[in-house]
Design a binder for this molecule. Structure first.
Ligand code: MG
Length: 272
């Protein structure tokens, strides 16, 4: 059920209640990357993980299953986190791999060729537009236009529309100064979380999934675990939108404190 972010209790001030709720349970922890484990930065390559945060995530993964669920390419976010004991779900969950046998999902393999073609075509067509950046990712093509002057932006939309008119199995979604072209598949972070829980045999009543994230795309994950899990939305004090999360947290520093609390909590081990 969706609530307003501002009305949510702070996760850090509910640690006693959460300890009671999680007593005798097993947890599985799902984490967004950008804006959750790292601060939001101007350029994606600047979002490096602090060594202290890496140590906390590692301590957590030593006790419980931990998955990173990101819009980034899986290999990119794996490299940034730098821990091999985690499951990584890249491209909003379309591309999943982990250290456990059988935990691998490739939701965009059959679309690779058309994505590459769409990216090449957009690169060719948009070379005349200054400031535009066409980024070919594993499961999508991102057209960044933050540096493109306003009057030239409609030309970018037109070029994207022209490509999509021919590649009818692809669709475009608008983000923050970016158009992302993705396969038309019925998949999202929520479905990825459910898939991972199934793959790890963690769909039992004694397992409490926990998802922490700051993006609009994380809402699918909060909704997927609503009722049985714990959703924690990372948000600034000014933000107020509807969310399916049950708790809020201020930013990556508080996320670190919360993850340490989970890592040091007494309770059942994951057993894996
Ligand atoms: Mg994020």
């Amino acid at each position: 059920m969706n609530k307003s972010i501002r009305g949510l209790p702070f996760a850090l001030s509910r640690r006693q209640a959460l300890t009671r709720r999680l007593a005798g349970k097993r947890i599985a922890v799902f984490l967004d990357y950008d804006g959750t484990l790292t601060r939001i930065v101007d350029k994606p390559e600047m979002a490096v993980l602090a060594p202290s945060m890496r140590a906390i995530v590692k301590a957590l993964a030593d006790r419980f299953p931990v998955a990173i669920v990101s819009g980034r390419d899986r290999q990119d976010v794996h490299r940034l986190v730098g821990l091999d004991s985690l499951i990584y779900a890249g491209s909003h969950g379309l591309d999943i791999a982990g250290p456990v046998a059988g935990v691998a999902y490739d939701g965009c393999g059959e679309y690779r060729e058309m994505l590459v073609e769409a990216g090449d075509r957009l690169r060719r067509q948009l070379t005349i537009v200054g400031g535009v950046l066409v980024e070919c990712k594993r499961c999508s093509v991102a057209v960044h236009y933050r540096l493109v002057p306003e009057p030239e932006r409609p030309g970018i939309m037109a070029a994207v529309d022209a490509v999509l008119a021919e590649q009818t199995e692809l669709r475009a979604t608008a983000g923050n100064m970016v158009i992302e072209i993705q396969p038309k598949v019925n998949w999202n972070k929520g479905k990825a979380v459910s898939w991972i829980l199934r793959a790890l045999n963690l769909e039992t009543a004694d397992v409490v999934p926990i998802f922490i994230g700051d993006d609009a795309t994380d809402e699918d994950a909060f909704a997927a675990i609503d009722g049985r899990g714990i959703g924690v939305v990372v948000t600034g004090p000014a933000e107020n939108r509807a969310t399916a999360a049950g708790y809020r947290i201020d930013g990556p520093e508080e996320v670190g404190v919360f993850l340490r609390f989970l890592a040091e909590m007494n309770g059942s081990e994951s057993g894996n």
